[in-house]
Design a binder for this molecule. Structure first.
Ligand code: APR
Length: 235
């Protein structure tokens, strides 16, 4: 966090915010989970069974990052943070929020550009957009694995994320189908009186929530307008 004030705005983003940058979502038609089975590439058991396949899956996604750029939605959130204490909590493992300039950022589900020891959390190794071979080790000799939170694993940063949501005046939830917990539950930890926005071209399919304003548009269209409105409202 680069801002000592408590965030007034808490943002949760999902794959949809990066869709217009050319990164596939998971559950839309042509989503990643149509082509790959979660249990083959995104679980601890998959890693035990076939770590080379898992390594190739994340290599492909990591290398693709070199070919994509942040879009207007990522930049709009970075602009919001310049005006108000804002925290962006992303389910995305891409690095487009940081490349757009967001500083107060939590990667709930890990980061493609990093590997970590199979022994646990702790210092990760930055590998950028390179393919890596299975068997790579850190300086202590520990085997490295993708720094990704897989299905069936605990989400280590959910507590600070929930604490930010619980004190926010405004929450924005952008480009997520809200099918995966605990991230999907964050919206429900926001205070009753807070303003709540959901930006997604699809119908809202999360748990019902009061006073949720649904902007049913692509993020790159809705976010720049919404951010300008919030800046005018909050100054
Ligand atoms: N702008 C905004 N939203 C969009 C856009 C767009 N241009 N295009 C698609 N979307 C929306 C879809 O309507 C859908 O609601 O993005 C959402 C993508 O949903 P998912 O594919 O389920 O992605 P997400 O919710 O981020 O998945 C959560 O599941 O597979 C795991 O760990 C993975 O972090 C991921 C988690």
């Amino acid at each position: 966090m680069n801002n000592s004030a408590a965030p007034r705005i808490a943002v949760l983003t999902g794959a949809g915010i990066s869709a217009e940058s050319g990164i596939r979502t998971f559950r839309d038609s042509n989503g990643l989970w149509e082509e790959y089975a979660i249990e083959d590439v995104a679980t601890p058991e998959a890693w035990q069974r076939n770590p080379e396949l898992v390594t190739r899956f994340y290599n492909m996604r990591r290398m693709h990052l070199a070919e994509v750029m942040p879009n207007a939605a990522h930049y709009a959130l970075a602009k919001l943070e310049q005006h108000f204490p804002t925290v962006v909590i992303t389910q995305n493992v891409d690095d487009l929020h940081e490349r757009a300039g967001s500083k107060n950022l939590i990667h709930l589900h890990g980061e493609l550009v990093k590997l970590r020891s199979v022994k646990g959390l702790g210092t990760s190794v930055h590998v950028g957009y390179e393919a890596v071979e299975y068997g790579k080790r850190n300086e202590s000799g520990d085997l490295l694995r993708p720094d990704i939170v897989w299905f069936g694993e605990a989400v280590p940063l959910i507590e600070p994320a929930a604490a930010y949501f619980a004190q926010a005046e405004i929450v924005l939830v952008i480009g997520t189908s809200l099918q995966v917990y605990p991230a999907a539950g964050l919206l429900h930890t926001a205070p009753h009186g807070s303003k709540k926005y959901y930006v997604d071209p699809s119908d809202y399919s999360g748990q019902p929530i009061e006073n949720l304003k649904h902007l049913k548009e692509p993020a790159s269209k809705a976010l720049p307008k919404l951010v300008d409105e919030l800046i005018a409202l909050l100054v």
